[in-house]
Design a binder for this molecule. Structure first.
Ligand code: ZN
Ligand code: ZN
Length: 100
C-alpha cells in the first residue's frame, strides 16, 4: 500500500500530494516525478511487481503523468529542492491518501 503526503514549495507555491520517492502498490511500482507539462509533482507507474503478469497495454502507462499522459521523466524525492524553481520544499506533511 502506498502513502501520499503533502509537499509544498515555500517559494513558488507548487503543492502536491505524492509519495515523495519510490513506492509500491498492490500491483505496481511508482516513483514521484515532476511533470513539466502540468508543472506539478505526480506519482507515475514505473512498472509492475514481478508476480504480476505484464500485459502489452501496461507498458503504455509507464512513466506517464496520470493527468496529462505526457512522459514525466524528472524524478523527485522528499528532501530535494523544488523541481520548478529550486526553492525549499516543505513536507512530508499530513498523510493524504492511502492507495493500492
Ligand atoms: Zn518552487
Ligand atoms: Zn502532466
Amino acid at each position: 500500500m502506498g502513502i501520499s503526503s503533502q509537499f509544498e514549495c515555500q517559494t513558488c507555491g507548487l503543492a502536491a500530494a505524492v509519495s515523495g520517492g519510490d513506492d509500491v502498490g498492490k500491483m505496481t511500482r511508482t516513483q514521484t516525478r515532476y511533470c513539466s507539462n502540468c508543472e506539478t509533482l505526480v506519482d507515475v507507474c514505473t512498472g509492475l511487481h514481478d508476480h504480476v503478469q505484464e500485459q502489452a497495454h501496461h507498458r503504455d502507462e509507464y512513466n506517464r503523468c496520470p493527468d496529462c499522459r505526457e512522459i514525466a521523466s524528472i524524478a523527485w524525492a522528499s528532501g530535494e529542492p523544488c523541481p520548478r524553481c529550486g526553492g525549499t520544499m516543505t513536507g512530508p506533511g499530513d498523510v493524504i491518501v492511502f492507495w493500492d
